[in-house]
Design a protein around this ligand. Structure first.
Ligand SMILES: C[S@@+](CC[C@H](N)C(=O)[O-])C[C@H]1O[C@@H](n2cnc3c(N)ncnc32)[C@H](O)[C@@H]1O
Length: 288
């Protein structure tokens, strides 16, 4: 994907690298079932097969999202960093919402688009687009709920990503995002939310998440030869390097789902989008 023209140079380079890395990952996954098979083994009965997530999504997380988002039929759900789209598609089907998915990886966006009919969902109620968390290209107040799952940690500027997701959230709407920290840390989630104009509403612990990753990384190591054969040396090496780097940190990992609430507008004149306001304010004689 070509980064947005006004992206800072450092961010643009970061996003180009990430998009390439995730393009390769999603393309390799689609050529073989081995990655999904190993996720399914690592999650056991907690694995929502049709979702086919490439992160830590289990039935418990889907249940939490349904509970926390409080989105109504026909409202708009945004899945930011959607990967191949399964989580947003599952939620949109379950809750009868419209869905906009966005991801840096054009390969992921292509696969997500192709999967929508398997969930009984079609355009225009569902669309996927290549965009970054920091620059979604969506209008202000577009979404009644936003999910950002196992993606925010990749953003070059996480605070900018949070501000952007808050911008596209309608007043009264909610953003649910996964976060992880060290068990001993004292994270400033409430302050971070506040800086983006949001309120921290819930912190749901996900106590089984680190053990799931530990099992998955163990399976990747145990199936090294198959991964190399099925996905190619380069992709297998990248996954095994991730396992090597991250597995030792799992005992000290604390994983949560944060629900952030955008406060409703205070009572007053209704919000009029800037484009319409300008039109209304233009004197009659100046209109063409
Ligand atoms: C681990 S996958 C998770 C995908 C999906 N949310 C899930 O849980 O299955 C992370 C995804 O985030 C996307 N991503 C990473 N950084 C991003 C950014 N700055 N903007 C948009 N998408 C990003 C990647 O391309 C990748 O598809």
């Amino acid at each position: 994907m070509t980064p947005a023209p006004h992206a800072a140079p450092g961010r643009a380079a970061h996003e180009t690298r990430l998009a390439g890395r995730f393009d390769a990952f999603h393309a390799a996954r689609s050529r073989s079932s081995i990655t999904a098979d190993l996720y399914a083994q690592a999650l056991g009965e907690d694995y929502p097969e049709q979702v086919g997530a490439c992160g830590s999504c289990d039935w418990a997380l889907l249940g939490l999202l349904v509970t926390r988002l409080r989105i109504r039929p026909r409202q708009v759900l945004v899945d930011a960093g959607c990967g191949t789209g399964g989580i947003g598609l599952w939620l949109a089907r379950a809750l009868d919402t419209d869905l906009v998915g966005l991801d840096l990886s054009p390969v992921a966006v292509h696969q997500a688009t192709a999967r929508a009919p398997h969930f009984g969902l079609t355009q225009p109620r569902v669309s996927f687009t290549a965009a970054s968390l920091e620059d979604t290209g969506l209008p202000d107040r577009h979404a009644h709920a936003v999910v950002c799952l196992d993606a925010a940690g990749f953003a070059a500027d996480p605070a900018a990503a949070l501000r952007e997701l808050a911008r596209v959230l309608a007043p009264g709407g909610r953003l649910a995002l996964t976060r992880a920290t060290r068990r001993t840390a004292d994270p400033a989630w409430a302050q971070e939310a506040h800086a983006a104009g949001l309120m921290l509403e819930h912190v749901d612990e996900r106590p089984h998440e680190p053990a799931m990753w530990d099992r998955l990384y163990g399976l990747w190591n145990a199936h090294r030869a198959e991964l190399e054969h099925e996905l190619g040396q380069e992709q297998a090496a990248s996954m095994l390097a991730e396992a090597h780097r991250r597995r030792p940190t799992m005992p000290d990992r604390r994983a949560v789902l944060l629900t952030l609430h955008r406060p409703p507008d205070p009572p007053g004149p209704p919000h009029v989008p800037a484009t319409i306001r300008e039109g209304l304010e233009t004197p009659e004689r100046n209109r063409t």
